[in-house]
Design a protein around this ligand. Sequence first.
Ligand code: NDP
Length: 214
Amino acid sequence: AVQLPVALIVAATHASLGIGRAGTLPWRLPTDMAMFRLVTSAPGSGSTASSQPAVVMGRKSWESIPKKFRPLKNRVNVVLSRTVTDFGPGTHTFSSLSQALSALSPTPPPASTIPPVSSIFIIGGAEIYTEAFKHPATARVFLTTVYADEEALQCDTFLPDFRSTGEWEQKPTADLRRLLNDMECHEAVPLIPEDGDRVKENGLEYAFTLWEKR
Ligand code: NDP
């Protein structure tokens, strides 16, 4: 069984939930990147000095990270692939999501090659998100909603429409602020605009939202 709650973290367009284009991100959103780094690096309330958060990603998302930025620092990097068994130093590879989630633990067995993990973030892409939405351990979604001209953005990769299934509930922004504080992620809170406002960057507007499994 999975010992830690699992959260998705993703930026997607408002109308069609577009997340990617031609193997990369369809935008450059510096404040969202800062939020991603802070949230996925947060020690978490139950953390110990030796444990770090884990980021779980698909092989294509791993390849989309510039070489100088990977593995993502201060996080346990987990890459899922059915074809590649080793992505190099500082990475851990599994051939299924459930195997990966079961291996990530605050107290791994002594023989484990995986270090202790304080929390688990699913960081993409579409294939991994789609599977993670169906996994019972997935409890939370940090969704950056991007308000954009969807035609102009030309996304070719999308999230499944989890918002309309009735399984997920959007929480008030106050809950997101409280959760970030509980996660010891205090630096992220000031990145959230006043209620009703959006971040405006590079001609796009976006909002940080929190969703929880009902
Ligand atoms: P993924 O990153 O989801 O990687 C897919 C690969 O992961 C597969 O080809 C396979 O690798 C492996 N894989 C998938 N499912 C499993 C499984 N259950 N077990 C083991 N391995 C598995 O690719 P996508 O094309 O879906 O998404 C990439 C796009 O998403 C890019 O455009 C990227 O920029 C974007 N993205 C956007 C984000 C956002 O927040 N907007 C965040 C992250 C990515 P193999 O073929 O080696 O077997």
